[in-house]
Structures are given as structure tokens and as C-alpha cells.
Design a protein. Structure first.
Ligand SMILES: C[S@@+](CC[C@H](N)C(=O)[O-])C[C@H]1O[C@@H](n2cnc3c(N)ncnc32)[C@H](O)[C@@H]1O
Length: 207
């Protein structure tokens, strides 16, 4: 399947409508983010392995999570779980800057090199444990988490600005995407979609 056609077969029929999200999904060449041996499958309607027991998420889920953030351009966004760098590139097409954290050293190095090669100068990649967030760059207008903890990391809520939105898969075998909207006094949470992500490792598993 080619890049333009997956918008019409996978994204729009499932309700992805935001022109900024559809434009970003059209613009980012997903085949550059998958292993060479899987290039022919890059636009398939499923996640794909990227090595180190990790995956690049299904295109629809990337679009869904991006749309849930209600971005308008100009935002500063934090991503936890860089993986291949694909979600970061999609965000970078829309917003001012993306801060993305990956815990597996080889994936962080590869994604940083890939994003630099592709001239995504507004993406900052850090090797580390995203459970702690990126305090020096906070607050963020939006946060997207692409590995599943069994609780919402408190540091991430702290690092979201009031009015900001976070989308995070939470759970073990059964997971839900939770949409969090931070208010001046707290944070409103609601489950929006059942999902299956790789677990968040590091501190998230020691609590
Ligand atoms: C589903 S993959 C992410 C897909 C990625 N967003 C992409 O577009 O390719 C989840 C990623 O989260 C990473 N991860 C897991 N626990 C983490 C943690 N505590 N901090 C940062 N990254 C973590 C994994 O190593 C993996 O690369």
C-alpha cells in the first residue's frame, strides 16, 4: 500500500478528520522508519517490529493519538518512547518542537540519526527513562506516551501545563488509552480506546 492510499483506507474511514493530522501522516515517509526487510509492509494496518523487542505503532493509532492532542501548531510536545522516531516526525510536522525520550540506547541513537538525516531539526531526542519526564524542558503543551505503564507517571502530569492534554496507554495485558486534560486544580481523565502497547520499562516497573 502506498502512503497516500492508507489515509483513505485506514485513517479517514475510522474517523480521523483533523487536516493537520492527515497532512502530517501524508508527509512523513513511514517506509524510512521500518527495517529495510519490512519496507514493503510499512503502510500495513498493524504495528511492525523495529528490533530490541519493540514496535512501530499501527498508523491508525499514531493518527488517533496525535488527533487526541488537539494540536494547532506552535506547541511544545513531549513524547515518551521514541522507538523508530515515526510518531515524533508526525508531531514535528505539526508543532514547534518535540522532545522525545527513549530508554533503549540503540533505538535512541538510531532514531536521532534518522531524524537528523531527514532534517527534523525541531525534534530533540534524549536517552533515558521517560517515567521522569524531561523537567528542564517543561512545561509541555501536550504529552504522548507510547509505552504502557500500569499507572500514569506523576512527573508527566506535573510537566503538563494547565489546559494541556496527555494521551497515555495504561494497564497490563488489558490496556486503555487514557486522555488527560490538566486543569488549574487537577486533571480530568477518561478512557478513550482499548489498545495493546509494549510495557513501559524502567522506574514504571519498580513502583
Ligand atoms: C511502541 S514503541 C514506540 C513507537 C514509537 N513511538 C515509534 O513511532 O516508532 C514503545 C517504545 O517505548 C520505549 N520505552 C519503554 N519504556 C520506556 C521508558 N521508561 N522511557 C522511555 N522509553 C521507553 C521502548 O523501548 C519502545 O521503543
Amino acid at each position: 500500500m502506498s502512503a497516500p492510499s492508507f489515509l483513505h483506507t485506514q485513517l479517514m474511514p475510522r474517523g480521523i478528520r483533523d487536516p493537520l493530522v492527515l497532512g502530517a501522516m501524508r508527509a512523513v515517509p513511514r517506509h524510512h522508519f521500518v527495517p529495510d526487510a519490512l519496507r514493503a509492509n510499512a503502510y500495513d494496518d498493524n504495528p511492525l517490529p523495529i528490533g530490541h523487542d519493540q514496535t512501530i505503532s499501527q498508523p491508525y493509532i499514531v493518527a488517533y493519538m496525535t488527533e487526541a492532542l488537539e494540536l494547532g501548531g506552535g506547541e511544545r510536545v513531549l513524547e515518551i518512547g521514541t522507538g523508530s522516531g515515526y510518531q515524533a516526525a508526525v508531531l514535528a510536522e505539526i508543532v514547534e518542537s518535540v522532545y522525545t525520550i527513549e530508554i533503549v540506547p540503540a533505538l535512541a541513537t538510531e532514531a536521532a540519526a534518522r531524524l537528523a538525516r531527514m532534517h527534523y531539526a525541531n525534534v530533540h531526542v534524549r536517552l533515558g527513562d521517560g517515567h521522569r519526564g524531561w523537567p528542564e524542558a517543561a512545561p509541555f503543551d501536550a504529552i504522548v506516551v507510547t509505552a504502557a505503564p500500569d499507572h500514569v507517571p506523576p512527573a508527566l502530569i506535573e510537566q503538563l501545563r494547565p489546559g494541556g492534554r496527555m494521551i497515555v496507554p495504561v494497564g497490563g495485558t488489558d490496556q486503555e488509552l487514557i486522555l488527560i486534560v490538566k486543569t488549574e486544580t487537577g486533571a480530568a481523565r477518561r478512557p478513550v480506546l482499548p489498545v495493546r502497547f509494549v510495557p513501559m520499562t524502567g522506574e514504571a516497573q519498580r513502583r
